[in-house]
Structures are given as C-alpha cells and as structure tokens.
Write a protein that binds this ligand. Structure first.
Ligand code: NAD
Length: 507
C-alpha cells in the first residue's frame, strides 16, 4: 500500500493513527475499507484502534497536555495563527480529500473548509476569550479574580458528513484553551483528520497535543471509559449520541453529544415563493441531504402548496447529479448501504401513500456506474404518520407537508423528536418574530434555510439533537473546554484584625 497522496488509481492507501506526532508503528488489529463514493472503489484501508492504541494515544496526549497547558497565551496564539495560515494554504487539498471520501461536490467541500476555518479564526482570539474578571475590595482589603484553566485530555468523536468542519468546531477551541485533543474521526472518511494533524504539526503545535485515533465503536468505548479523558465532544446520530452521553457521564466526564435532526422549513402564505423554492432545493439537496442542518420537511401553509411544489419540482430538474470533481451540483451518498437505505425510504413513502413528484431512483448520473447514486427526490402530501416524515433519512429526499395555518405548522415542528434547526419563510416581521420565539429548536432561520451560527455564537440543537447543555464553539465552547476557578486574596496589612472563627462576611 502507498502513502496518501502517492496512490495510483488501483492501490489503496493505508491510513493509520497519529500518536505523539507520528504515524502509528505498533501492532495493527482490525482494519476497514475506505470507499470513494463516486466510483465505489476501495481507495484506503484504515486501522481501527483497540485498547492498546487508545491507551497509547491518551498517555501521549496526557503528557503533552501537561506542558501545553503551561505554554503562554502569546505562544499559543502564534500557533493558532500559523495553523490558520496552514489551513488557508491547503484548503483545496482539504476539500479534495473530503470530496474523494465523502462524495460531496468540491464547491460544497470548500464551503465546509471555510466554515471550519472560521472557528480557527475565532480561536485565534484566545487571549480575549480566556480573560477572567476581577473585583477589587469585595471586603475591606480583599480582592477576587476568576481564571479558566484547561481540562487536560479532551476527546472529539466526529461523524462522516463533515470530515473537516465538525472536528474544527471543537479542536481549535480546545487547543486554544490549553488542552490536548484526541480526535476519533469517522472510519468512513478518515484521511482529512491526518491532513489536519500534518497542518497542526507544520504550525508548530507540540507533538501529542493533537492526536488522531482511527476506529469504530471499540475506539469510542475505549475513550469513553478511559480515566485519563476529561471530556467528550461527540457529533453523530441520536442513538449513538444518547449512548455516548450516558456512558461517558457515568464515567464522570464532561460531555456534549450532538445528535440527529429533521429540520422543517415553514412557508407562510405571504412568503416570496421563488426565494422559498430556491432555499428548499439548496438546503434539501446540498451534500445530497447529508447535513444535520439539511431541510428535510417543507411545511406549506395553505394556500401555497401547489405553487410551491411546482416551483421546487422545476428547480430540481436543473440539478446535475454526479461526480463531485466534474462540476456537478450533487454528489453520491457516502456508502452503498446508506444509498440503499435511503432508496428504501423512497419505496416506503410510495407504499404509505405519499405523492412521489420526483423519483431520484431514476437518476442518470454524470459519473461512474459503480458510484452510490440516488437523485433528488420529492414527496408531496406527506403526513406525520409516514416513516418518510418521522425518521431522519439523511439523504436527498424532501417531503412536503400541507397544513391549514401557522398554528398547525408550529404544532407539527413542536411534535417532532428533534430540535436542531427550523426556518420560516415570510415577509411578515411579526410572524417571523413569533416563530423565532415559539419554536422549540436550537437554531432558527428567518428566510435563511440553513441557519448555522457563525463561530462567535454557539452551534447546537435541543431535544434529541443534543445531550448535555453545552453547544459547540462560541463562549459555550470556551466554557466547555475550561474549568472556572475563583481566587479570593488578602495581602496582610499591619492591621489585619487577628483570629476570627466566625463565617467570613464582607466587611
Ligand atoms: P454515527 O452516529 O453513525 O457515527 C458518529 C461517530 O460515532 C463515528 O465516529 C462512529 O465511528 C461512531 N459510532 C458509530 N456507531 C457507534 C456505536 N454504536 N458506538 C460508539 N460509537 C459509534 O453518525 P454518522 O452516520 O457518522 O453521521 C450522521 C449523523 O450525524 C446524522 O444523524 C446527523 O444528523 C448527525 N450529525 C449531527 C450534527 C449536529 O450538529 N447535531 C452534525 C453532523 C452530523
């Protein structure tokens, strides 16, 4: 097997862990094939960590954390800035790796790199972010100040759908705060993490502060149980998020576990229907629907249903599905199993009586016959009892539900299991404001279909979309990756007052 970057079209590369700044040279246990979704070829074989690799990774990270936590804010800031430059210089390479293993089109992969980069830029302000507060003379001659200190070794467990952006939601913030990070990427898209490790090293980050540990459930369990891991930041499906949260909190760790989603877009009668149709198609089929902030349900409030469905269908006819390196609009699904699962939902929607307006199973892709293709699919007259409505499909399947009123639309969103994002399309400011206040989700868009917050706000959902109470990045991210301490100080003066056994009260 060749190294990543040196491969020919027929030789799968070996993708291994990066522990203490170096590729893993120890014994290798299980491995998994890595596919190129646009062709179906096996392009890599990734090592899957067991307990030995987990222990080695956490030990190296713990040693590195002790030193990195003592490094001055000035030096840490310089590393963050250098990493920012390294990501900028390699943004095309990062995007190409994402497209190769995930399948999303290159422009979409470049967008994900950009959104990750913005979190790095946020973390460059660590000197400001880590400032404590100071109160003078809280009692006579007594001052109080607060400080935030690193946790030690933090674990980040990422999903397949954003191989660069999701790790960068956490890693730069954790490192800026003085921690070491062990990243466990998705075994379906492992290479981007190794490229990030190289860029951290180029930026001057000491060995061991950023570790890549590849693997599946065994590696995750090892991290959740390891006493040397202080916190876990997880992103993935809801059942696994719930499991990770339960197991890691039982082991005494600080945990934020972001789960799945089923995001609604409510279109009110006064909305600009062309803008709404553009938004529904972009947010429904971008990344082939494999985004936790994808719109999967359009709620058409009477009487806009017929008009809106027609406009969405017209726009879908212009989507070119194919290889993401050929200038297509929509790529393949990540694996053959996932493609077949999503196609199964299309069949289930038909069987349940929804109107199949556009059938993505008929797609003729601009790509290899071996790719995991499914074209954009549109259902109308979907009802909440149908699996196509209730389940997170995570593919290019958009459902339209028709309702009679704003209240009915809101009740529909309300009844859902998830609470990640929701959008309202309207020209009525009062209605938009009411929606933003009423809706039970973590991120709301007003005429914005994918309301992913900028990094100085925090990203995260409600209900079954997040276990734990800390969202990603922003001030919440800084708090998650640090522990607060409050110091009360008195410098003894000639008249210090002598012994007193009473409870201290300000004087
Ligand atoms: P997944 O839950 O299958 O995997 C996520 C991570 O957990 C991977 O690293 C995987 O190796 C590991 N894992 C898988 N099964 C496990 C198990 N049984 N025990 C322990 N670890 C396990 O998710 P995925 O398919 O990679 O990603 C898609 C999901 O992620 C979707 O549900 C999507 O909505 C969600 N997601 C959520 C957000 C968010 O911000 N809320 C963002 C991106 C993706």
């Amino acid at each position: 097997m060749s190294e990543r970057g040196m491969e020919t079209r027929d030789t799968p590369v070996r993708i291994t862990h990066v522990v203490d700044g170096k590729p893993w040279t120890g014994k290798v246990g299980r491995t998994a094939d890595v596919h190129e979704p646009a062709t179906g070829r096996v392009t890599g074989v990734v090592d899957l960590a067991g307990t030995v690799e987990v222990a080695a990774a956490v030990d190296a990270a713990a040693r590195a954390a002790r030193e990195w936590g003592e490094v001055s804010l000035a030096r840490r800031t310089r590393v963050l800035f250098a990493f920012r430059e390294a990501v900028v210089a390699h943004r095309e390479e990062l995007a190409a790796v994402v497209t190769a293993e995930h399948g999303k089109v290159l422009s979409d992969a470049a967008g994900e790199v950009q959104r990750g980069l913005e979190v790095v830029e946020f973390a460059c302000g660590l000197g400001h972010l880590l400032k404590g507060s100071h109160s003078e003379n809280v009692s006579t001659d007594v001052d109080v100040h607060s400080i935030r200190q690193p946790l030690g070794v933090t674990a980040v467990i990422a999903p397949f759908n954003f191989p660069v952006m999701v790790p960068l939601w956490f890693v730069p913030v954790a490192i800026a705060c003085g921690n070491a990070v062990v990243l466990k990427p998705s075994e379906k898209v492992p290479s981007a993490a190794n490229l990030l490790a190289r860029l951290w090293s180029d930026a001057g980050l000491p060995d061991g502060v950023f570790t890549v540990l590849h693997g599946d459930r065994e590696a995750v369990d090892g991290l959740l149980d390891h006493p040397g891991v202080a916190s876990v930041s997880f992103v993935g499906s809801t059942p696994v998020a719930r499991y990770v949260y339960g197991r890691a909190t039982a082991a005494g760790k600080r945990v934020q576990a972001l789960g799945g989603a089923k995001n609604h877009m409510v279109v009110l009668p006064d909305a600009d229907l062309d803008a709404a149709a553009d938004a529904a198609v972009s947010a429904g089929f971008g990344s082939a629907g494999q985004r936790c902030m994808a719109i999967s349900v359009v709620v058409a409030v009477d009487p806009v249903g017929d008009d809106l469905v027609e406009r969405i269908r017209d726009r879908m006819a212009g989507i070119r599905t194919g290889d993401g390196r050929r200038g297509c609009d929509m790529g393949p699904l990540v694996t053959r199993e996932h493609r077949d699962r999503v196609a199964g939902y299309v069949a289930a929607g038909v069987a349940a009586g929804a109107t199949l307006v556009v059938d993505g199973r008929d797609v003729v892709p601009d790509g290899s016959a071996g790719g995991f293709w499914l074209g954009p699919t549109l259902f109308d007259h979907v009802t909440p009892d149908m699996p196509v409505y209730a389940d997170e499909i995570f593919g290019p399947v958009l459902s339209v539900v028709r309702v009679a009123s704003y209240d009915e639309a809101l009740a529909l969103v309300e009844a859902g299991e998830y609470g990640n994002g929701a959008a309202v399309f309207t020209n009525d400011g009062g209605a938009a404001r009411r929606f933003a206040r009423d809706v039970q989700v973590g991120m709301v868009g007003v005429n914005v279909p994918v309301p992913v917050p900028v990094p100085y706000y925090s990203f995260g959902g409600w209900k079954a979309s997040l276990f734990g109470d800390s969202h990603a990045h922003g001030v919440e991210g800084v708090h998650f990756f640090t522990r607060g301490k409050v110091v009360t100080t008195r410098w003894v003066q000639p008249s210090h007052g002598g012994v007193s056994l009473g409870f201290p009260t300000p004087t």
